[in-house]
Unconditional design. Structure first.
Length: 245
């Protein structure tokens, strides 16, 4: 079972979260890998499933886990954690307040996902990023709690999402269980990711690969999405027939 994060792993980062698209070489390799009968493929992302699926355009048999694993889709099936629907009103209200409170911060991007809202500071001058995120946390404080929203810290982003005890690691285990149910065999799991939120997924995998230079519990390291694409192409070439490639 091969799973990967999207932003910063299969796609280059951009200050605008609406911009990133999967690298063409990575996508070509994933299309080949998705056709293999003995490999299950999936993406695990902070993006919503619909957004993720549109950006990668992979076969529907590929697992798509969105919102940090709070929703998972494959083929005709779609699972969603019960906390997602309960959080939508709080997210709407918080999004409006954040937009006003941070309106003076140039290049600060507020991304709403319906059931979560993220404050991106990648485009903010480095010296000011921490202060902006502290301001965002202060604004979000009234909405945080065990039955409302929780804060998730990523690379140059704070996201406020349903306060469910569910991580990307849980999504990896959900997918692995589904693969075992479907095939009768427990899968061996490899996971590629770059973000702090991928650490839970690394712990749920047999082989873990972090992308970038930050400290990580992953077993292996690649420098950039270009290296991930090269690894996927090598894997596709080595496992697929020459005709299918």
């Amino acid at each position: 079972m091969l799973l990967s994060d999207f932003d910063g792993t299969l796609a280059e980062f951009d200050v605008d979260p609406a911009v990133p698209r999967i690298r063409s070489d990575a996508r070509a390799a994933l299309v080949v890998l998705s056709s293999l009968s003995d490999l299950s493929l999936g993406l695990v992302s902070g993006r919503r499933v619909a957004d993720l699926a549109q950006r990668v355009a992979l076969p529907r048999e590929v697992y798509m886990a969105g919102l940090h694993g709070l929703e998972i889709a494959v083929a005709e099936r779609h699972w969603q954690h019960e906390a997602v629907a309960k959080a939508e009103d709080a997210v709407t209200a918080l999004t409006e307040v954040l937009a006003v409170a941070l309106a003076d911060v140039q290049e600060c991007r507020i991304e709403t996902k319906g059931a979560s809202v993220a404050v991106h500071v990648r485009g903010v001058p480095r010296a000011a990023r921490a202060e902006v995120l502290v301001r965002a946390d202060a604004v979000a404080e009234p909405w945080l709690g065990p039955t409302r929203l929780r804060r998730l810290v990523g690379a140059d982003v704070h996201e406020y999402l349903p306060a469910a005890g569910w991580t990307k690691g849980d999504a990896v285990r959900w997918i692995a269980h589904d693969v075992e149910r479907r095939t009768g065999q427990a899968p061996w799991v490899a996971y590629f990711g770059d973000d702090l939120t991928d650490e839970d997924a690394f712990r749920a995998a047999d082989l873990s690969v972090v992308v970038g230079r930050r400290a990580s519990g992953a077993r292996y390291r690649l420098e950039a999405p270009a290296d991930v694409a090269t690894a996927l192409v090598d894997l596709a070439v080595s496992t697929a027939s020459e005709a299918s490639w």
